[in-house]
Write a protein that binds this ligand. Sequence first.
Ligand code: AGP
Length: 607
Amino acid sequence: MCGIVGFVGMQKAAPILLDGLKKLEYRGYDSAGIAVMDQQVISISKVRGRIANLCEKTQDGSLMPGVVGIGHTRWATHGAPTEENAHPHLSNDGRFAVVHNGIIENYISLREELIKDGYHFLSETDTEVIVHLIEMYYRGNMRDALIKTVNRLRGSYAIGVICSEEEGKIYAVREASPLILGIGIGENFFASDVTALVNHTRNVIYLEDGEFAELSAQSIKIFDCSGTEFRKKATRIMWDVQAAEKGGYEHFMLKEIMEQPGAVKATIAPRLRDGKVVFEELEGLAAELPNIRKIVITACGSAYYAGCNGKYALERLSRIPVEVELASELRYSDPLIDEHTLLIVISQSGETADTIAAMRECKSRGAVTLAIVNVVGSSIASLADYTVYTWAGPEIAVATTKGFTTQITVLYMLSLFFADCLKRIDKDEDKFIETLQALPRMIQQAIDMNPSVPLLAKKYHESHALFFIGRNTDYAVALEGALKMKEISYLHAEAYAAGELKHGTIALIEEHQPVIALCCNPSIMEKTLSNIVEVKSRGAEVLALTFRHNQKILSVADDLLFIPDVDALFSGVIEIVPLQLLAYYVAKENGCDIDKPKNLAKSVTVE
Ligand code: AGP
């Protein structure tokens, strides 16, 4: 997905912009560019492909003098990934350059109007209308021109602008697309993502929808759509630079898998007090709970699967019915949602377009909204009535790992919290609190117990298809296990509820077909065992994920992955770990670009 950086200061801008763009590479992109202003002249350099190409073209920025500039990584939406369509876009008179994240929905009519007025378009993008509008409205005052321009735009945007007549300044505006200002000493920045800033400053200001900023080396001025200036509080980012880098691991994904014990602990520890789950951020919700008749969980991708996992604990402990809906479906489904519905929205990035749209739809029908989000200050966090942050830290690899496990952890905690608020306390509550406290240790055990994963990857990496099967809580984990496998290794992988096999899928089982069988739920273990025997008798190679002492499975499976003993209601967060490792090592065997899988973006901010 696209990324933006902007810099104004005393040092050369181009190398700083290039460094910022490198930090944004993880978001997924297909072209990149920078614009730098020197002595009232704007020069632009753009490339198709990687930032490395841009570094080469500009000799690491040395060919572009100037202390003011903007940069962009583009993930094509309107128009092919070409140099012409890459940002920054320049106005016809060369006085303005613009970078943009998001989508301008009314760009076709604006484009026609601007062409009639004599403006020439050099790209197929929706973004280019912005730079021509700014040129059209500029009368010596950038604030006015910007306000008039965004008044004409419909859609989502984070925009960065430089103007050759306003030397020493960069401008930014945000509407439904993230934008953060970085406060330096004698220099200031903006970026679509904190990761691009932490090398330079930890003091940031989150812009909100409808807010504009004018940055110079010495000052940051924020103003609203009437041009009135106001002050905003700065936030100190606690992530350090290393947290946003690989820390010695070959890939971000492996680093993030290994960080899970710490991330889950950071999510649980501050919310456990005197043997109870305490969510200070949910005090208001506790009072609203008696009016809630159902919970609807909505999200996309892995976050949706986190919801599928959490449903079991939520229903069992809080006794509130739970539906889990894909956000891209829910938004168009005319949903039966009212003020008695609690909508739980799950998103690592907090910026997923479908999730935001589903949330708005349900809010308009009266739902009480609770967001489970990792990125502080993100759109979903701002839109929600209540927000619980997962303290996973920055997740750089496109394939989520610690984002997912911390989401499930929050759902486990919510189930205990709701049960407590509603006085539906389970007699086993103490047991669940103990399990919760033990989860970080058990995740570490699940990593340590499976040294054979790289060898298993060598055995299975050439398979044409992998089937993941399981029942109940195991099925919910199988869904995420299969997604991990396909998104990073590009192998066909599907999850099936084991009981469904004989209703059709078993027709696909033939000699040496790999089947990954999840058997970590004792209440339905015998049933899954029968399914394993069924596929084995048709020639399947079975890799079973189970407890070390599970003799029955050990004797039928060809290969094994282990987890420590854990209550099935909370086992998803442990079970997924060996499957993440398996997907990682299979992808490595296949030579895949693990942190940046093809066709995927970290944050899907368009529909
Ligand atoms: C996970 O590995 C994905 N690449 C993807 O499914 C992701 O979970 C989904 O796009 C939702 O993202 P979000 O959590 O940022 O909303």
